[in-house]
Every structure is written in structure tokens, then in C-alpha cells.
Write a protein that binds this ligand. Structure first.
Ligand code: R5P
Length: 314
């Protein structure tokens, strides 16, 4: 066993790390993480972490490559400070979409990121809703993947929409939409989406399912440009949906997402706080935030005490 827990935050999302610590009734650890004028990252732990169970909270948000370097260097510094065990808590795992060689001469960057986390010295990883579950296999160290979709489903179940239909914005999310429709208490539908090469553009082609006069909830793992969601919203409106709500776990939100999704008549946009909104905020679209802090804190406590993380979801 290791000594007591110690939770630290990089510069990606200190508010989430603080919320996790509040839930755990622990102080957030003291650590300097900054860039010199030549952009090299420097890290120094100000607390003694020798033999302690160290958790480093760092979702990979913009500027993505800087936040990755911070994470790797924080892990390295913790290793060299004789931490007993190091868990990289990465609520959003960036580069998840680069998880296969689907064109000639392209990388599998999701695996490269995993390799670097291991090489830096992490003993475990804790994450939430990766882009594809198979990314777990890129790690040779234990990884716990939590899901925030039950929290999102609970939000909509509490809203007691009269005739809900959970909509997958592409066929890859069909299973998810079916599972969530059971939790919310409604039907499900699927949008068939087409991407235009490597351009960040999506086009909804076909809709499978009945949405006329219904209250639609479009669910996705992440929103980047908002194109996938906007095209799904458009086809749902064309097919006579009474209301359209949107939910995602990871609000990556490139600058243009704030324009795209403020202009599409979305009745509500629900996202979690795995990431901060670094590029702006919505002016017109009503937004709700479902926090993952308690879930993350509970999982970290279970990892520390050797409890079951899976039991959190039963
Ligand atoms: C794709 O498979 C993902 O699940 C999301 O649909 C996608 O990452 C969203 O990207 P964007 O908002 O740029 O359409």
C-alpha cells in the first residue's frame, strides 16, 4: 500500500481538480507548472510526495500539445520525487480520433500519446468516455474508463420530457443512443453522417427512426466544430421534431462551435465539466453543466483504497 492520496493539477482545468478535492475533503496539492520564455515547461512539487498515492488531474484541452507536455513532465517529476504510485487522471483524452490507420501514411497518435504517458512513468490512468473503447488497449498499464452518460441521462430523465427520442448523430453512436433511450425512457433514432475527407465538415444524409412531434436529445462523446451536431439538428427539424436538445460529455468547442451552435435553434445544450470552455461561451443557446467531479473523486478514492471502480456504475 502507498501513503495517503495527493491530488495535483496542471494548468488545463484547475477548477475541476479543486471540485474533486472538495468532494474528497482533501486540499489540492501545491505544485508549480509554468513555461519559461523559450516555451519549455517547468514543474516543481512543493509538497513532499515520497511514497504517496499521487493523482495528476489534466484533461487535454487547448493548447493541446502544451497540456500534454505538462502532463508528461508532471509525471516525470513525481516519479523522480519518489511518489509511491502515479495515476494520470485524464478526463478528456485528446487525439482519440487518431486511433487507426484509416488512410495511407498516417499516424496512430492516440497510441503515441499512450506510450508517452507510460514512458513518463505513470502507473495507472483514469479517464472518462474515450472516443473509442479500444484505445484502452494502447496502454500496458491499468486504465479505468468512467462514463458520464448515466449522469447526462439522469439530467434528461429528471426533465420528464413528454415524448423523448435519443438520437445518435452518426452510426457509431447507435448503441449509445439505444442504451440512453432506456435510461431516459423513450425511443431512439440514428442519423447517418458523412464526413468530407480530412475537412472538419459533416453532412447528415439519412435519418432512421420516427421524430415528428417528438422531443429529441442528440448525444455525442464530444463536440469540436459543432458540424456533426448542427447537421443532425437540421435534419431533425426538417423531419418535424418538436424540440431538439443536445448533449455531449466533452465540450472541446473550437471557436467556430460557438457560432454554429448558437444559430441552430437548439432548445438546450448539456455538457459536462471534463473540459473548461476555453474559446468562449454560448449567448443564445441555453446551457446546462453536469459535473463529473464527484464521480471522478469517488473513482480516485476507490483506486486508492483498492475498491471496485465498476461498482460505481451498478
Ligand atoms: C466523431 O466520431 C465524434 O463522435 C464526434 O461526432 C465528432 O468528434 C464531433 O466533431 P465536430 O463537432 O467537429 O463535428
Amino acid at each position: 500500500m502507498f501513503r495517503e492520496m495527493a491530488v495535483f493539477s496542471g494548468n488545463a482545468h484547475r477548477a475541476l481538480a479543486e471540485a474533486v478535492c472538495k468532494h474528497l475533503e482533501l486540499p489540492l496539492g501545491q505544485c508549480e507548472v509554468f513555461e519559461f520564455s523559450n516555451e519549455e515547461v517547468f514543474v516543481r512539487y512543493l509538497d513532499n510526495i515520497r511514497e504517496r498515492d499521487v493523482f495528476i488531474v489534466q484533461p487535454i484541452v487547448s493548447p493541446v500539445n502544451t497540456r500534454l507536455m505538462e502532463l508528461w513532465i508532471m509525471i516525470d517529476a513525481a516519479k523522480r520525487a519518489s511518489a509511491g504510485r502515479i495515476t494520470a487522471v485524464v478526463p478528456y483524452y485528446a487525439y482519440g480520433r487518431s486511433d487507426k490507420k484509416d488512410q495511407p501514411r498516417v499516424p496512430v497518435t492516440a497510441r503515441l500519446v499512450a506510450n508517452f504517458i507510460e514512458v513518463a512513468g505513470a502507473d495507472r490512468v483514469l479517464t472518462i468516455d474515450m472516443h473509442a473503447g479500444q484505445i484502452q488497449g494502447f496502454f500496458n498499464i491499468p486504465l479505468d474508463e468512467l462514463t458520464a452518460f448515466p449522469l447526462i441521462a439522469e439530467h434528461f430523465r429528471a426533465a420528464a420530457l413528454p415524448q423523448p427520442v435519443v438520437v445518435a448523430p452518426d452510426v457509431g453512436r447507435a448503441k449509445l443512443a439505444r442504451e440512453l433511450s432506456d435510461r431516459v425512457g423513450g425511443d431512439f433514432a440514428i442519423v447517418d453522417k458523412k464526413r468530407k475527407g480530412n475537412l472538419e465538415q459533416a453532412e447528415a444524409m439519412t435519418l432512421i427512426g420516427e421524430v415528428e412531434g417528438r422531443d429529441c436529445i442528440v448525444v455525442d462523446d464530444e463536440i469540436l466544430t459543432g458540424g456533426t451536431i448542427a447537421s443532425a439538428v437540421q435534419i431533425l427539424r426538417e423531419r418535424g421534431a418538436r424540440s431538439v436538445r443536445v448533449a455531449c460529455v466533452h465540450p472541446v468547442m473550437a471557436p467556430r462551435a460557438f457560432k454554429t451552435l448558437d444559430a441552430d435553434g437548439i432548445d438546450e445544450l448539456v455538457h459536462t465539466d471534463t473540459l473548461p470552455l476555453v474559446h468562449g461561451k454560448f449567448e443564445r443557446t441555453p446551457t446546462s453543466v453536469v459535473s463529473v467531479a464527484s464521480m471522478l473523486g469517488d473513482a480516485m478514492h476507490r483506486i486508492h483504497t483498492g475498491g471496485s471502480v465498476g461498482a460505481l456504475f451498478r
